[in-house]
Design a protein around this ligand. Structure first.
Ligand code: FAD
Ligand code: SF4
Ligand code: SF4
Ligand code: SF4
Length: 395
């Protein structure tokens, strides 16, 4: 049975739904706009498998061989087109391309954050292209772990990529590692509430008097500073530096990431996947190694299997090794989860009553005057908590 305690720390990975022998778990949205498992009580036989298979209840690391001191690399694809069209350095595409050339199967996220993101498989380069790029919404994984298992049993090579909690979910469903399985996780900032994204887009459309058909990370003017773009139904496009968009400011400041993300048990070294890829934004390395600003990947190789794959990719990748400590220091989320935002509960209370633009203007402001007000507000909330704590202690 799915208990309330499980829901409190649920990542939305979907492993419980894939394991239920009665198929009586569906993933539905909670009031904040995150997918959680809901059990059809009439069909449930109380076997307890869902609880047993929940990755939050298991030591997933016991199932896999991980290097205690993984190596870190700054890397990117030597193929200019792949480099340009990927979110960062195209590491995923090069790994996936290798697996497909070996007649293997690749599992990853497709779709877009407005119409829905979901995991699927690719066996051709055409299918693979749809997996390129980061989609900033939680992907729907229903049925995918079972499908991976059945492909693994055929002996084909499999690459599975996703967020670290999805990698954990896959191992939990499989109950072991497979020699023909390679996993790649992304350095993860957490997943934002889809309800909040849709409210923002609706209000933006009202302001602009036109429909948004696509919202995505845009590398046309370079990888850094990160930019995001809106494509409109009338064929026009607008692109902004990430921090100019109120929705992105709220996401970056963790105002509406999933609650468990700020306690993510996978944001640590060693990482759960064989290979990890993210952005190497810190330390000014980008300017030195990627002067054309197409994107510098931070890669960590976390298992002997991961090393074997990386060695095969050396002809197609630019790769430079650095100490893992440098990578951890220069990445916000390689070794630690996103920070909790004290204003999160207020945000979710206000967003029910007021407009998205109004609420974020106050809670994640761009203007100096509002930033000062926000600081005073945070001090007030922290003091209120302290006083309440003392009162409770005196009782
Ligand atoms: C939600 C999210 C948050 C991220 N946060 C950070 C961060 O804080 N710091 C950082 O350094 N990097 C972060 N990244 C990783 C970064 O954006 C790139 O995905 C990573 O560098 C890989 O880039 P690439 O060029 O190798 O491959 P790309 O081709 O760009 O990556 C595509 C791969 O990412 C997977 N993917 C894309 N969207 C999703 C999704 N919604 N859910 C699951 N898997 C997905 C696909 O399956 C595919 O395998 C994040 C990615 C995502 C999806
Ligand atoms: S207890 Fe068994 S039947 Fe019931 S929801 Fe969990 S896995 Fe499904
Ligand atoms: S298995 Fe995943 S979706 Fe199910 S309760 Fe556990 S964390 Fe949530
Ligand atoms: S931060 Fe952790 S729990 Fe949240 S989506 Fe990323 S991997 Fe999953």
């Amino acid at each position: 049975m799915i208990t309330q305690a499980m829901i409190e720390e649920c990542t939305g990975c979907g492993a419980c739904a894939d394991n239920c022998p009665k198929n009586c778990i569906s993933m539905k949205y909670d009031k904040e706009g995150f997918r959680i498992p809901v059990v059809d009580q009439e069909l449930c036989i109380h076997c307890g498998i869902c609880k047993k298979k929940c990755p939050m209840k298991k030591d997933i690391y016991q199932m896999v061989e991980r290097t205690k001191a993984p190596k870190a690399y700054a890397a990117f694809s030597k193929n200019e087109f792949i480099h340009k069209t990927s979110a960062t350095g195209g590491i995923f595409f090069e790994l996936a391309n290798y697996v497909i050339q070996e007649r293997g199967v690749v599992f990853g996220a497709v779709g877009n954050c407005l119409d829905g993101v979901f995991h699927t498989k690719a066996e051709t380069l055409e299918q693979l292209k749809k997996m390129q790029g980061s989609k900033y919404a939680q992907s729907n994984t229903i049925g995918i772990y079972r499908e991976v298992k059945s492909v693994l049993k055929t002996g084909k090579k499999v690459l599975f990529s996703g967020t670290p909690c999805q990698i954990g979910a896959l191992y939990s469903v499989l109950d072991c590692d497979y020699e023909n399985l390679l996993t790649m996780d992304v350095i993860c900032h957490g997943v934002p509430s889809e309800k909040v994204l849709h409210k923002f887009i609706e209000e933006l459309e009202q302001r602009k008097h036109k429909k948004v058909i696509h919202y995505y990370r845009d590398k046309e003017e370079g990888w850094k500073p990160p930019r995001y773009a809106f494509d409109y139904e009338d064929g026009t496009k607008e692109s902004f530096v990430s921090t100019e968009i109120p929705y992105n400011r709220g996401f970056i400041q963790n105002l509406y990431v999933r609650k468990i993300c700020t306690h993510c048990q996978f944001a640590k070294i060693p990482r759960i996947a064989d290979i990890t890829a993210g952005d190497w934004f810190g330390g000014g390395l980008g300017k030195k190694l990627d002067p054309d600003n197409k994107g510098l990947s931070m890669v960590t190789v976390n298992s002997p299997k991961g090393y074997r794959y990386l060695r095969n990719l050396l002809p197609v990748l630019f790769v430079k090794e650095y100490p893992i400590e440098k990578a951890v220091n220069e990445s916000e989320h390689l070794g630690k989860p996103p920070k909790e935002n004290i204003l999160r509960p207020i945000f979710f209370e206000w967003i029910e009553k007021y407009s998205f633009f109004r609420v974020t203007e106050i809670l994640v402001p761009n203007k100096i005057i509002y930033r000062v007000i926000r600081k005073i507000f945070i001090i007030f909330i922290k003091n209120k908590r302290k006083i309440e704590g003392k009162i409770r202690g005196n009782k």
